[in-house]
Design a protein around this ligand. Structure first.
Ligand code: PLP
Length: 373
């Protein structure tokens, strides 16, 4: 029998090679606000400006005291509470460690290699990573001139028979949203064979957030091909705990659970999500503050002549095109972390009143020419 040979180091090594589909994947940036960075104003990742309440922290501590036990197999208690909140049966909810993970489960459950996933573009930068990582192909459907999801273009894209259609409403990074009736019309016109994924990470910031929360039940009843994604990372202020969920027909929930390992969420994450659901009024008050700052930012930046998109989320989009890098660098120089999309624009999260004042002052400085070559 032949002798076993050890693989040699370096190029040409016979060691395990990752799938070729990893080669083309874009990276995911940190929004220049890692724990160790010195930014005084962390406005790069659409996080809530306030930390969790004492009651939410106590819920996490209690869960840690019982950390020798496994958590719920599928986060059942949280899923039940969410089902009640949205007025859907418990079989219509699945939870995950962040809604990005749920998107990954949906794509892996529904797409085979080479399948097309249509999505608006520019949109959330995690989409190409997740779609490409599953071996599917992202079809980018350009936004309209007002940076909004273009429903007609999305319907035309369906001529290529996508396996899934992603809708991000409000859209990240532009903040623009389709009105509920426009969204209903689009979902109704999409082909029934396509899985329609509606990413509502920012739906809690809508003027009619209560209606939007209730809309999931109505839409699920009308569209068995719809999966709605929600997260605790933004308005609910728990980005660090990684909790997201999906609302969909029971057969879709069964499919996403089929590709998830058991115990998807650690006990403290389940506990804090349950606890924060009891603080709905406080969350609504924080959302109102956030919307207030969004109005101040939109008006202030607009008054400087900057192209501000009309946002329905906790951030604003400045479509400054080729000046994006220079503006982002200028803001960074003032201790303000923002997210830069080179050649396209700059996304600025709404924070506290002090954050807003800092952004307006630094941007006015840039407009006055101080930051330009
Ligand atoms: C922030 C964000 C999410 C949230 O992802 P989590 O994994 O729940 O933190 C999802 N979709 C979009 C468009 C986002 O901007």
């Amino acid at each position: 029998m032949s002798e076993r040979t050890l693989p040699k180091d370096g190029p040409g090594s016979l060691g395990p090679q990752p799938s070729r589909r990893l080669a083309g994947l874009p990276g995911y940036g940190r929004g220049r606000a890692g724990q160790a960075t010195p930014f005084a104003h962390r406005l790069g990742s659409n996080e809530a400006p306030e930390g969790p309440s004492a009651a939410v922290q106590a819920a996490a501590a209690a869960a840690i005291a019982a950390a020798h036990r496994y958590p719920d197999l599928r986060g059942e208690r949280l899923a039940d509470a969410l089902a009640k909140r949205h007025g859907v049966p418990a079989q219509c909810v699945a939870v995950s460690a962040g809604s990005i993970v749920m998107l990954d489960q949906l794509i892996r459950a529904y797409c085979d290699p080479g399948d097309i996933v249509a999505a608006p573009w520019r949109s959330y930068e995690a989409y190409p990573i997740i779609v490409g990582g599953a071996g599917a192909r992202l079809m980018e459907v350009p936004l309209d001139a007002r940076h909004r999801l273009d429903a007609d273009a999305m319907l035309k894209a369906c001529a290529s028979s996508p396996r899934a259609v992603l809708l991000c409403n409000p859209n990240n990074p532009t903040g623009t949203a389709l009105a509920p009736d426009e969204l209903d019309a689009l979902i109704g016109a999409l082909p029934g064979e396509a899985l329609v994924i509606l990413d509502e990470a920012y739906a809690d910031y809508a003027a009619d957030a209560v209606t939007v929360t209730a809309s999931a039940a109505r839409r699920l009843a009308q569209h068995p091909n719809l999966a709605v994604l929600r997260t605790f990372s933004k308005a609910w202020g728990l980005a660090g705990m990684r909790v997201g969920y999906c609302l969909a027909a029971p057969q879709i929930i069964a499919a996403v659970n089929a590709v998830a390992p058991p115990f998807p969420l650690p006990a403290p994450a389940l506990a804090v999500a349950l606890a924060v659901l009891d603080e709905e009024d406080a969350v609504a008050a924080r959302v109102a503050c956030c919307v207030d700052q969004r109005v101040r930012l939109t008006e202030g930046l607009g008054a400087m002549g900057l192209p501000v998109a009309r946002s329905a989320a906790n951030f604003v989009w400045l479509a400054v095109g080729d000046e994006a890098e220079a503006l982002a660098r200028h803001l960074h120089g003032f201790g303000i972390a923002v997210r830069c999309f080179s050649g396209e624009g700059v996304r600025i999260t709404t924070g506290t009143a002090a954050d807003t004042a800092a952004v307006l002052a630094a941007t006015a400085d840039w407009k006055s020419g101080a930051g330009r070559p």
